[in-house]
Design a protein around this ligand. Structure first.
Ligand SMILES: Cc1cc2nc3c(=O)[nH]c(=O)nc-3n(C[C@H](O)[C@H](O)[C@H](O)COP(=O)(O)OP(=O)(O)OC[C@H]3O[C@@H](n4cnc5c(N)ncnc54)[C@H](O)[C@@H]3O)c2cc1C
Length: 432
């Protein structure tokens, strides 16, 4: 019997477990470890609550978790409760699927002022992430800014501008819904260092902004190159640019505006003890397509600043790390140690991009220890003994289901539904 430990229960972890199970069948036991007692990583704590069809991908992962050869082991933080070296003693291979949970910093003065929040924190707040459920972002001012030109920036701007009615059918957590409903924010400025041709925003997410109940997007046509210049763009980007252009035709007749401010590089955040304004430098594109500051600056008022400029992985002791992700060669970090998903590639791509990663690494593992070959490691039994000796109480599949059942029972009748148990109550639900 082979024993595999997949560390992290987001998409990358689940696709890897699925691939290993297919490759080894009954010849392997696969343990998916997570630091939380509930799985799915960013599917649960990152993907926007009003994008339920995307979150439904977890149904596929449910099937993996329910299969006989797979166990979900929650409440175990690798690097803290057990080291990677110890896992390698207990398992034939260890696959790190720990994602990239830390916000990249802007690196400008004023970034540490109150009211400046990374998107991982903000997104975690409205999705009920245990570390950010109590964030309480400042929503009392009229102006907010989101720094970034990707889909996460769009998620943040959209969530800030939706009405309570528009959250019907979502699984936004109750505390966020109540706070957003009382929000005074009327203008949300999206700051992008480069222009419309350089956005990493996809057509579907952009298109949504044109159909909001109480908010309308605003663009400056002067920021766009001539329409003919769109022709050579990739079809997806061309579509995004054309949706952005179409925003110029919308009537400005709604209470809130989402202003696209292109060629805009934040150089400082200022305020009296808390964010009040961003100092922005106008940029132009240089020959290589990078943003170059022009020296011309202006102010954008914002008492809430959400930065959405990328993420990095958490380092784990004794695992080579390049500052953003684990150092790996095609997913292999060292003998019997692998990385998949954002921990392998950095924070790019969609949920589906993690699937080939998982399958590729499973193939790599199968090439070094062919299915059918014997192993003599202890796997989960040994891990449980080790955790027990340290007073760490892992949770299992039944515990996860119990939390989910309580969440569903907590859902308020009708919409919007608050499918949520405060993380501080997770262990109370489990009777511990
Ligand atoms: C705000 C946001 C919105 C997004 N929206 C979309 C979208 O709409 N559509 C789309 O296709 N993609 C979206 N994505 C991208 C998608 O979420 C990622 O591609 C995907 O989640 C990456 O998968 P992963 O498994 O590598 O990491 P994650 O999903 O982050 O999973 C990592 C897991 O590892 C666990 N973990 C971390 N450290 C440890 C440790 N030391 N010990 C044990 N467990 C640990 C975590 O708890 C987590 O469960 C979004 C991303 C973000 C940030």
């Amino acid at each position: 019997m082979r024993h595999f430990a997949v560390v992290g229960s987001g998409p990358a972890g689940f696709y890897t477990a699925e691939a290993l199970e297919k490759a080894y069948g009954e010849g392997a036991r696969i343990d998916i470890l997570d630091r939380y007692p509930v799985p799915y990583g960013l599917i649960r704590f990152g993907v926007a609550p009003d994008h339920q069809s995307l979150k439904a991908v977890s149904k596929r992962y449910d099937k993996v978790a329910e299969s006989a050869g797979v166990d979900f082991i929650g409440n175990v933080s690798v690097g803290r409760d057990v080291s990677v070296g110890e896992l390698l003693e207990l398992y034939d291979a260890v696959i790190l699927a720990t994602g990239a949970p830390h916000d990249r910093k802007l690196g400008i003065p004023g970034e540490d002022l109150a009211g400046v929040i990374g998107s991982a924190e903000f997104v975690g707040w409205y999705n009920g992430h245990p570390e950010f459920a109590d964030l309480d972002p400042p929503l009392g001012g009229t102006h907010a800014a989101v720094v970034g030109a990707g889909n996460v920036a769009l998620d943040c701007a959209r969530i800030l501008s939706k009405t309570a009615h528009e959250f019907e059918g979502s699984d936004i957590v109750g505390h966020a819904l109540q706070a957003l409903d009382k929000s005074a924010i009327r203008t949300i400025t999206i700051l992008g260092r480069r222009g419309p041709h350089q956005v990493a925003m996809t057509p579907k997410e952009l298109g949504e902004l044109g159909h909001l109940e109480a908010a309308v997007p605003v663009v400056e046509l002067a920021d766009f190159p001539p329409v003919e210049a769109d022709e050579p763009l990739d079809p997806g980007l061309r579509k995004s640019v054309s949706i952005l252009r179409s925003f110029a035709d919308l009537q400005q007749n709604k209470a809130k505006t989402i202003v696209f401010d292109f060629f805009a590089k934040p150089v400082a955040i200022e305020g009296d003890g808390r964010a009040e304004r961003i100092i922005v430098e106008r940029t132009v594109l240089d020959d290589r397509g990078a943003a170059r500051g022009t020296g011309e600056t202006y102010e954008v008022p914002a008492s809430l600043v959400v930065t959405a400029i990328g993420y990095s992985t958490s380092p784990i002791a004794d695992v080579p790390f390049d500052g953003g992700k684990f150092v790996n060669d095609g997913g292999r970090i060292a003998d019997r140690l692998y990385a998949v998903g954002w921990a392998r590639r950095g924070p790019t791509g969609t949920i589906g991009t993690n699937r080939p990663d998982g399958y590729e690494v499973a193939d790599l593992i199968a090439s070094t220890m062919p299915p059918g070959s014997a192993g003599d490691r202890q796997g989960l039994d040994g891990l449980k003994r080790l955790l027990d000796s340290r007073g760490v109480m892992p949770t299992d599949y039944d515990d996860w289901r119990k939390i989910e059942e309580t969440e569903t029972a907590n859902a308020r009748p009708g919409s919007p539904r608050e499918k949520y148990v405060r993380p501080s109550d997770w262990f109370a639900v489990l009777g511990r």
